[in-house]
Design a protein around this ligand. Structure first.
Ligand code: ADP
Ligand code: ZN
Length: 612
């Protein structure tokens, strides 16, 4: 007789073993303990509260800020035979009353509730007369005022420990830096609760940062080479850039949709639904998009603008490849972003302490961009993890960066900024360095400076790279009052006096050919002839099943499950049931369909030699 948690894992979810710390966390919660769970996106957080909710008597209450996604999450659970429902403002009075009745009658395993609704009179009263198995607080970092996703409605969750002291609480998040962690513990009263921190590594994601040359052309080449007709997200900073980029991608032959707060609720919802339901759509979005999107087959996340912090970057890129198959996190980055972001931080109305924090976060982000060594190592170090070996799956590992001694070039650049009065931006300084006697330069008499024309050995693009790296390292400061003008810092003088050497990345203008194929290849290509045909046939059937139920295809079956079916070509119900992701309910619902598709696409099993 197996224990109940393994039994549920196998029978309901169709998985043969737990991932990482899932088992410990689940046992702890089943036994009634509180906890804080830090796990990267795709790490398998959901099972940590779903299984205890099923195993413990009563209903598991899941608090999630993502109203728009609750329906999909609940539908996905129902596919596995779990009795799940949600309560949020999208339900009619009648629907809500029905869910409340089921809750009171203990007829559910899991109930998803919007945070603003949880402690409102009516729900609170309902909870008081229901049997509660646990509270799961998903996206728990939303309680942190310093974090990047603060939701005021989350603050009231601090009352849970007082109102329901006997009910275990499990808080989950993929954002794990130390201050956020402390704030979650304090606000949710988890002082005595154990902290479960999982490895944050996402080895299937390939990190790449390229120096901006022509962002659109670079994006197009990246998409065209590796991601034609695949689902992905392109992040931009402003609404206008989102709209322009989406429009431009459509003209370039990609299926792209915009998403930002200016679009209106209905359009946003429509675009999000299409992204979830259709294959191969590109969502061009501001950071308003993506939290809680658990679409497993997002193949790439591209940043056209620099995120404000490594946490935000890691969370955004983490939306790629949740299915564990190869995925890309790709970013173009240039001097202008640094200037813009610095100014946004400086010019914001925030208090001194907050500003200092934001500047520090931005600096860490810039440091990441300018790395010449393994990017994953630095990312993981930021979350307190050590990677022993370079990862082999980031741009710097795949094509080692060429460093050059930029000490003299830096001295020229700094001295040029100084001698022109620290009042000018990059374009002007580059003109002076390269000796272009523009009318403006002549008017200021800067064509007579000793630095005039000393930098003819580098082209403007190379100079931009130098200036960008100087700013990123704090060797030049972007001035607030005068737009984009550059000022020296204390550290600049050490370089000017020759006390420090400066080594810089040699930025490559055109991306070199890929040196190695992706670690695990994403579908397709597949291994054997005929696999692609079966793959397409299975996807087609999946789309039909999804349409019929009005759910996204991955709610029916994940790509990773389809891949395994293609690889194994199961012929019997029993063999099919052994495929990861197929539990009893899915087997009953789709077994026949899948086996029919497989039979139609496969040669007869075990061909008889004599029959030829
Ligand atoms: P998170 O919420 O942490 O981002 P999910 O709970 O959505 O992650 O899980 C990510 C993926 O991992 C899903 O596709 C899920 O089906 C899969 N998964 C979770 N637990 C297991 C397991 N024990 N075995 C195999 N796959 C799992
Ligand atoms: Zn690496």
């Amino acid at each position: 007789m197996t224990d109940p948690i393994h039994d549920v894992l196998r029978r309901v979810f169709g998985h043969s073993s737990f991932l990482g710390q899932q088992e410990e966390i689940i046992e702890h919660t089943v036994a009634g303990g509180d906890s804080l769970v830090l796990m990267p996106t795709g790490g398998g957080k959901s099972l940590c509260f779903q299984i205890p909710a099923i195993v413990r008597p009563g209903i598991g209450i899941v608090v999630s800020p993502l109203i728009a996604l609750m329906r999909d999450q609940v539908q996905a659970l129902r596919q596995t035979g779990v009795r799940a429902a949600f309560l949020n403002s999208s339900l009619s009075m009648r629907e809500a009353a029905r869910v409340e009745a089921m809750t009171a009658a203990d007829e559910l395993d899991l109930l998803y509730v919007a945070p603003e609704r949880l402690l409102a009179g009516r729900t609170l009263e309902l909870l008081n007369r229901s049997r509660i198995a646990l509270f799961a607080i998903d996206e728990a970092h939303c309680v942190s005022q310093w974090g990047h996703d603060f939701r005021p409605e989350y603050l009231q969750l601090s009352a849970l420990s007082r109102l329901f002291p006997q009910v275990p609480r499990i808080a989950l998040t993929a954002t794990a830096d130390e201050p956020t962690r402390r704030e979650i513990i304090a606000r949710l009263g988890l002082h005595d609760a154990p902290l479960f921190v999982s490895g944050f590594d996402r080895p299937n994601i390939r990190y790449t940062v390229v120096a901006k040359d022509n962002a659109r052309a670079q994006l197009k080449r990246f998409l065209g080479d590796r991601h034609r007709d695949r689902a992905g997200i392109v992040y931009c900073l402003s609404r206008k850039r989102v709209d322009d980029t989406a429009e431009w991608l459509r003209k370039a032959g990609f299926r792209a949709l915009p998403y930002h707060a200016g679009l209106g609720k209905a359009a946003r919802q429509r675009h999000q639904d299409r992204f979830l339901r259709e294959d191969g759509l590109v969502m061009v979005a501001t950071i308003a998009f993506g939290m809680g999107i658990d679409k497993p087959d997002v193949r790439f996340v591209a940043h056209l603008d620099l995120p404000r912090s490594i946490e935000a970057y890691y969370q955004e890129t983490g939306r790629a490849g949740r299915d564990g198959l190869a995925a890309d996190a790709w970013m173009v980055y240039g001097l202008q972003e640094v200037v813009t972001l610095r100014q946004m931080v400086e010019g914001s109305g925030a208090g001194m302490e907050r500003k200092r924090l934001e500047v520090r976060k931005l600096d860490a982000m810039l440091g990441y961009c300018e790395l010449a060594t393994c990017r994953r190592r630095t990312l993981l170090a930021y979350f307190g993890e050590t990677l022993e070996e370079p990862c082999g799956n980031c741009d710097n590992c795949l094509a080692p960066v060429d460093l050059w001694d930029a000490t003299v070039a830096s001295q020229k650049a700094l001295s040029c900024a100084y001698r022109t009065g620290q009042r000018f931006g990059v374009a002007y300084l580059i003109d002076v360095l390269r000796g272009s006697a523009t009318p403006r330069i002549r008017r200021f008499g800067h064509d007579r400076l000793p630095t005039f024309g000393v930098g003819a050995d580098l082209d403007p693009w190379q100079w931009r790279s130098v200036f960008r790296q100087l700013v990123a390292r704090g060797l030049l400061n972007v001035e607030m009052e005068r737009y984009g003008s550059l000022r020296l810092t204390a550290a600049s003088w050490e370089v000017l006096r020759g006390e420090t050497e400066v080594h810089m990345r040699r930025d490559l203008r055109a991306r070199p050919a890929r040196s190695k194929p992706a670690k695990k290849s994403a579908p397709p290509p597949l291994d054997h002839p005929g696999d692609a045909v079966l793959w397409e046939a299975l996807r087609k059937r999946r789309t039909e099943l999804a349409r019929a139920q009005g759910v996204p295809p991955y709610v029916i079956l994940h790509d990773s499950t389809l891949r395994e079916i293609v690889a194994r070509r199961p012929r019997t119900t029993e063999d099919l049931g052994a495929v990861a992701g197929i539990g009893e309910t899915r087997l009953r619902r789709y077994g026949h369909d899948l086996l029919t598709v497989i039979a139609a696409q496969s040669p007869p099993a075990e061909p008889d030699e004599d029959a030829k």
